[in-house]
Design a protein around this ligand. Structure first.
Ligand SMILES: [Fe+2]
Length: 200
């Protein structure tokens, strides 16, 4: 019984869908989906249906792509996130909104904490004020597609949404880890430490 993790499947691309369809069964194993599975509901359901039949348990967290508003339903921000959560829940897939599961397999018991924290633009050079980080990047011709596709509704900004998620998650993590000493595996699409920002 093994715990696997993968992210950025991007199944909107046919070559990635084909690769996903070729994954062999892992009947006893769990699979963490670390975000950026896709943008659309149809693609999410494709991935969950394929992988759900091959793994004992799926755990999903959103990446920025899942939060994009690009399709006909037009769901934005929190509504888009909640829609994807409900699709996962209907299929028994663990999301950041569920109780954190306990991994019972190889390596001993671990608490698995799937998180959705987003980002707040503070990973930037020290001499760049936070509120100028996007403009600073634009000077080099760089603008993340999130700026036009990832809406924070009903929050006033992506930073505000991030801070709300961090606050609520810190409370939940504290509660979940206070009464036992199992190691915790934190799952989050967005880098949690500046030092590892290139690792994702
Ligand atoms: Fe991403």
């Amino acid at each position: 019984m093994k715990l696997y993790a993968i992210s950025d499947l991007h199944v909107g691309f046919e070559v990635n869908r084909d690769a996903l369809a070729s994954i062999p069964p892992h009947r006893d194993d769990w699979l963490i989906l670390g975000g950026d599975v896709c943008e659309s509901e149809e693609d999410l359901l494709f991935a969950l249906d394929v992988l759900g039949s091959r793994f004992a348990k799926l755990i999903w967290v959103p990446g920025n792509h899942e939060l994009w508003t690009t399709h006909a339903d037009g769901l934005r921000g929190e509504d888009k996130y909640r829609r994807f959560v409900s699709l996962c829940t209907e299929r028994g897939v663990v999301t950041p909104e569920d109780a954190y599961p306990i991994w019972p397999g190889e390596g001993g018991e671990h608490l698995i904490a799937p998180l959705f924290l987003l980002y707040d633009y503070t990973f930037r050079p020290d001499h760049i004020p936070v509120n100028q980080a996007v403009a600073w990047a634009a000077e080099s011709g760089i603008q993340c597609a999130d700026e036009s596709l990832l809406h924070p509704d009903p929050f006033p900004s992506r930073s505000a949404w991030c801070h709300a998620r961090c606050e609520a998650t810190a409370t939940r993590l504290d509660e979940a880890t206070r009464h036992h000493d199992r190691p915790t595996v934190i799952v989050n699409h967005f880098p949690l430490l500046h030092e590892v920002r290139y690792a994702v």
